[in-house]
Design a protein around this ligand. Structure first.
Ligand code: ZN
Length: 421
């Protein structure tokens, strides 16, 4: 046998049965993932110890520069795209590897957290602290997958953009400004993968969009004994009750949609903001004004438009001597389920099984909340939920499962490799 054939025969013998589906280049990538596995936990601790809550602009920048340097070491060009001060947001990490091979891939993470960081701790295979699973572990899965590809010589001539936004948890306004760089990255890409937390062995092919809304109801006021009369009419509280009952009756029917009235205040003098309100009144006075705030979650732009039309019709159908107006605020778009997204999921599933890991199925498309990936899908085929496994996002009990990291990095590296051939 020629030395090359001997080598090939040895390689075949060395590959366990479950790995028979991998070619030698892919085996090299898996070996590179294994070689760097020991460093992940320390890198996660470093990232979590940086307080990068959305409003901590210096912390967001510090984390961007940390990951920017890690990506620059792999041959990507890193720049920090600062947002205008008026948005109250720091900006984004954008790192790009230029090439012409295979599909152009956009990898999405984010730098910010809801709660401040700096509280990393370990409990066996669990890493605890703000941002462990949402999303600092996911950001590191991107970096570790690219590092393995780089070590295996598989990054050459690939077109890959890594985008980590600094305001995923509370997007800056106006959204066209805060997401301009993400839109531009999407235009240079063929597909997007996002690294929000993995949920068991599923991938996210759809995310619901969300928008908040506020209703202001006005009624006539005077002595309570006049309510129901032609002169006094129904008062603002009955009108508000009619509206929310109408929502419950008519909007509850729409598949995948939720409409949540979260706060309500009624009386003679009322005020309401995002987190609370005040009211004054007396039992013998008809309530003049009622305010309601809530959110609306939908599976597609079409469902959002349909729901808004139904909501407006309900709000406009006023009881005697009352009036009501509704204002929707700019929110997150939906990422609708699509055959292109399902095709990406099938590729992740194949990669997972080829590595000897479990099959990957679609997470219930109606269950997942809003996320940055929805800004680019449509138009791009996209898949989310490629991040770290864990739980307790946005809560002090947030944690990540360190045991499954090698599996998650291997499947991500293999998926990116196959997409970029
Ligand atoms: Zn997140």
């Amino acid at each position: 046998m020629s030395p090359r054939l001997v080598l090939a025969a040895l390689l075949i013998l060395a590959i366990p049965a479950a790995r028979a589906a991998l070619n030698p280049a892919e085996e090299k990538i898996v070996a590179a993932v294994k070689a760097q596995a020991g460093e992940f936990n320390r890198d996660l601790e470093t990232a979590v110890q940086i307080n990068s809550a959305t409003e901590n602009l210096a912390g967001v920048r510090q984390l961007a520069d940390l990951h920017g340097a890690q990506l620059a070491a792999l041959g990507l060009t890193y720049r920090f795209v600062a947002l205008p001060a008026a948005t109250g947001r720091a900006g984004h990490l954008v790192a790009e590897h230029k090439g012409t091979k295979g599909k152009r891939v956009l990898l999405i993470g984010h730098l910010d957290t809801v709660l401040p960081g700096g509280n990393f701790r370990r409990d066996g295979d669990k890493a605890l602290g703000s941002g462990t699973s949402d999303i600092k572990g996911g950001n590191l899965i991107i970096i570790y997958a690219l590092r393995a590809l780089h070590a295996a010589g598989a990054l050459a001539d690939t077109q890959i953009i890594v985008m980590m936004t600094g305001d995923e948890e509370a997007v800056g306004r106006p959204v066209e400004v805060a997401r301009a760089e993400l839109f531009a990255a999407a235009q240079r890409s063929d597909l997007a993968l996002a690294f929000e937390g993995a949920i068991a062995h599923t991938g996210t092919v759809a995310r619901r969009g969300s928008a908040s809304w506020e209703i202001e109801v006005q009624g006539a006021t005077g002595h309570s004994s006049g309510i129901f009369s032609t002169a006094m009419g129904a008062g603002s509280v009955y009108e508000a009750a009619r509206i929310v009952t109408g929502f419950y009756t008519e909007l509850r029917q729409l598949d995948g949609l939720t409409l949540n009235p979260a706060l309500i205040v009624g009386g003679t003098e009322v005020s309401l903001d995002r987190t609370g309100g005040k009211t004054e009144g007396k039992t013998n006075i008809t309530a003049q004004r009622t305010l309601i705030r809530g959110d609306l979650r939908t599976t597609s732009a079409e469902q959002l438009a349909d729901a808004q039309a139904k909501i407006r019709a309900i709000v406009a159908n006023n009881l005697p001597r009352t009036s009501a107006t509704i204002t929707f605020s700019e929110g997150y778009p939906a990422m609708p389920d699509s055959p292109a997204n399902r095709a990406l999921l099938a590729q992740l599933d194949q990669a997972s099984r080829d590595l000897g890991f479990p099959a990957i199925t679609a997470y219930d498309p109606r269950s997942r909340g809003a996320g940055d990936i929805a800004f680019v899908s449509p138009p791009l085929p996209a898949l989310d939920g490629l991040g770290i496994r864990g739980g307790g996002a946005h809560a002090p009990t947030e944690w990540a499962d360190l045991k499954t990291v090698p599996e998650l990095v291997e499947r991500t590296a293999l998926l990116i490799y196959r997409l970029t051939r």
